[in-house]
Design a protein around this ligand. Structure first.
Ligand SMILES: [Zn+2]
Length: 247
């Protein structure tokens, strides 16, 4: 395949990035960045279903499933956060498409950015011009509903971890109900996040939007795919949870 000449990145002295996403000086990583970013994002996303499998299906021995799940969950951020830093200048936050390298987009009406506050730091996430509005709507809803959404994830997670620890210590009685409750409540919460975003308006002007959850998870597959996973898995988990208690 013939290598396409890349647009000269430093050739526009008039274009100032001004805190916009920028590439490393020298651009040493620009050629591999494109094709590596997508499979790496998928691979890093797969940590999440793997951890959920270990917690929800908890194959024997339960202690090993619990331990491996906690190690993977804790270790994920150390891989996913550097990935997020690499992905922000290259991918659309919403649809995950690879974008033309900066600073060309500064002159290109087809590209836009969304100002997010990630760990207290203002970050301009890139997106297609058409995808700025749905992304803004999602992060607006996320920050409006952050308390119930956090509660809906972390309370059932803590309960399930406690039940797994008890099962590992020889008291498995509460584990089936804790697992079903986890699936039901997390299913309801991610469904609320994914469908609720359709109910809010996009902010009228660009105001920095806080990200109340670990931000790196939104950059692995893009928000649009993540929300469809939430809708499908959410519905399945609500069904599983309800059939345990009422089936
Ligand atoms: Zn897009």
């Amino acid at each position: 395949m013939p290598a396409e000449p890349e647009p000269p990145r430093a050739a526009s002295p008039g274009v100032s990035p001004e805190g916009r996403p920028s590439l490393q000086p020298g651009g040493a990583s620009r050629a591999p960045a494109g094709w590596r970013l997508q499979p790496t994002g998928v691979l890093l996303f797969l940590f999440i279903p793997l951890v959920l499998y270990l917690f929800v299906r908890h194959p024997e021995p339960v202690a090993a499933s619990l331990g491996a799940g906690i190690v993977l969950m804790a270790g994920h951020r150390f891989l996913a956060r550097p990935y997020m830093a690499r992905a922000i200048p290259h991918k659309c936050l919403w649809c995950n498409r690879l974008l033309v390298p900066a600073p060309v987009p500064a002159l290109d009406a087809a590209n836009s950015t969304l100002d997010l506050v990630i760990d207290g730091e203002l970050t301009a996430a890139r997106c297609c011009a058409a995808h700025q509005a749905p992304a803004a709507r999602f992060f607006r809803f996320l920050s409006m509903a952050r308390l119930p959404l956090r509660l809906g994830i972390f309370a059932p997670l803590l309960l399930l971890l406690a039940a797994l620890a008890a099962a590992a210590a020889g008291h498995p009685q509460a584990l089936p109900a804790a697992t079903a409750l986890f699936q039901l409540l997390v299913g309801l919460t991610v469904s609320a996040a994914a469908w609720g975003t359709l109910l809010v308006r996009s902010p009228a002007e660009q105001v920095p939007l806080p990200v109340p959850f670990p931000a790196h998870n939104f950059f692995l597959l893009g928000v649009r795919s993540l929300l469809w996973i939430f809708r499908l898995v959410g519905a399945w988990w609500i069904y599983r949870g309800l059939s345990f208690f009422f089936g």
